[in-house]
Ligand binder design. Structure first.
Ligand code: ADP
Ligand code: ASP
Ligand code: MG
Length: 413
């Protein structure tokens, strides 16, 4: 008997009919003789609504209460899924994160799963529950407060359960039938990939491809979890369909320089004008930002006048308030000293990714030329061994994605 994890995202459990459709797929796996852990997201749109309510209360809300409110969407779908399965004659029950427990650490709103002791769920399987339905995206902190894992976090719940319960595979059911060379909603001729390496998927996800949450890919790589993305709206769920995320050496496809293009729409660029250019200044700026839970991404430092420098960084747009607050507090405490903070909150990030970049020269320069030909101005650039990212004005984001997808001929294998 195999044990598998099946995760259903928001559109796949958007109403009772969709929940019934997902439950049919679970039933199929039970009929195949598998023990199943089902991870569910909230109904699509629900989490956004809950986040909106919290933000309406006050801009610098208490993040522990954010988690209490925003995690609740998953409680509803886990119960409804268990009820539907029971109606079909399957012995199933729901679990909220704290009941398992899914033990978390770190910051509220962006917690990390630390441990999932498997005993309780193993006992449920032993007691005859063929299906255990878990509310994704949530867990519990050491102090017993509810935690959430960051947007898209149910993917991470799924992979973490697969690792903790030694599942044979982890299937992520969603509204696309696999992982594409870029978001098929933006580039209609994007091509579906049969396989993609953990490293490439990690870069695509961390640069904005929300088909999988970054942390889920990281965990899958560390714990060798066989991970697959497939559609919840197609009948075939056999191993012929979907996209498998696996080790690079298990991929036989042509190595192109670029494998995919990712984008992240809601970025902001923050510049600290005229900070002292001396040892320790970067630590003095980025320490408080890290403590405030700001995810700083790109960083550039420009020398301006004698002994002073401008420091620019990017972060998600919804973290700008927190960043400004942390920087102003550090300024008031005399830990840093700057002339002003300039925020540009209408930028976006576009990234090309590919393991082949290790062995192909000239990929970055081609990217810059393509964008120049389209009249797109590049504000900040960062690179790693297998990716190049640029920050551009948000209005050019889709144009940049399409132009790069065409120029690197990603529509053909
Ligand atoms: P779920 O609610 O099932 O978790 P998400 O909306 O989080 O689904 O993720 C699926 C979406 O990811 C797709 O509808 C698609 O628009 C988007 N996406 C972005 N990049 C890619 C990509 N490279 N391949 C496939 N889908 C992508
Ligand atoms: N419901 C959460 C979100 O919308 C988690 C998830 O769907 O993965 O971000
Ligand atoms: Mg998702």
């Amino acid at each position: 008997m195999s044990r598998i994890v099946m995760k259903f995202g928001g559109t796949s459990v958007a109403d009772l009919d969709k929940i019934a459709n997902a439950a049919n797929k679970v039933a199929q796996e039970v009929e195949n003789g598998n023990q199943v852990v089902v991870i569910v997201s909230a109904m699509s749109g629900k989490t956004n609504e809950l986040v909106g309510w919290v933000r309406e209360t006050k801009p610098d809300y208490d993040q522990a209460e954010y988690d209490a409110v925003v995690s609740s969407g998953e409680n509803v779908t886990s119960g409804l899924m268990a009820l539907r399965l029971q109606q079909m004659g399957i012995k199933a029950r729901s679990w909220q994160g704290w009941q398992v427990p899914v033990k978390c650490t770190g910051h509220h709103e962006a917690a990390r799963i630390d441990d999932i002791p498997p005993e309780n769920m193993n006992a449920a399987f032993d007691a005859g529950y063929a299906v255990n339905v878990v509310a994704g995206f949530q867990g519990v902190m050491d102090d017993n407060r509810i935690a959430t894992l960051g947007r898209g976090g149910s993917d991470t719940t799924a992979v973490a359960f697969a690792a903790a319960l030694k599942a044979d595979r982890c299937d992520i059911y969603t509204d696309v039938d696999g992982i594409y060379t870029t978001d098929p909603r933006i580039v209609p001729n994007a091509r579906k990939l049969h396989r993609i390496s953990y490293e490439e998927m990690l870069e695509l996800a961390s640069q904005g491809a929300k088909v999988l949450q970054t942390r889920s890919v990281e965990l899958a790589r560390s714990y060798h979890v066989p991970l697959r993305v497939l559609s919840s709206f197609e009948d075939d769920i056999s191993d012929k369909v979907g996209t498998v995320v696996c080790r690079e050496k298990d991929i036989m496809e042509n190595i192109k320089a670029v494998k995919g293009v990712a984008y992240s729409r809601d970025e902001a660029k923050v510049t600290l004008v005229s900070v002292a250019d001396r040892p320790g200044v970067a630590a003095a700026i980025f320490g408080p930002l890290a403590d405030a839970g700001v995810n700083v991404d790109m960083i550039v430092q420009n020398i301006s006048e004698e002994g002073r420098t401008d420091m620019t960084f990017s972060c998600p747009v919804d973290q700008v308030l927190r960043a400004e607050k942390a920087l102003k507090a550090a300024h008031e405490a005399d830990d840093i000293n700057y002339k002003e903070i300039i925020v540009d909150d209408i930028v976006a990030k576009v990234t090309i990714v590919g393991n082949g970049m290790r062995s192909h020269a000239g990929v970055a320069s081609k990217m810059f030329k393509v964008l120049a030909d389209e009249g797109v101005n590049i504000r900040v650039i960062t690179t790693s061994e297998i990716k190049v990212s640029v920050l551009v004005d948000r209005k050019y984001m889709e144009l940049a994605v399409r132009a790069l997808h065409d120029a690197f001929e990603l529509e053909t294998a």
